[in-house]
Design a binder for this molecule. Sequence first.
Ligand code: FES
Length: 103
Amino acid sequence: MPDFVAVLKKDALPQGRGKCVEVNGKRIAVFHTGAGYLAIDDGCTHADASLAEGGLVDDCTVECPWHGAQFDLKTGAAKTLPAVEPVKPYKVRVTGDNIEVEV
Ligand code: FES
């Protein structure tokens, strides 16, 4: 059954940044955008680069640091080549000082 797990303190993730966390052996990239906290699988579906190390294009899009594919942070959809397959999106909530991801 899905459950929310605390992955980061809010002050560990400034706006405009992403961070990779590991939950139950899965790499999840958590971002702090102008639209709030968003999370997707960290591994790019093109060649497994860490999307947490990519740059935010806007409040809902990250660009892969290796070959520039862009992913929608809300749906996980691959928006540009060379990635074609989506990544999995995760629900995020904030409880007190904690950022929690549903896994
Ligand atoms: S590894 Fe992400 S675009 Fe190639």
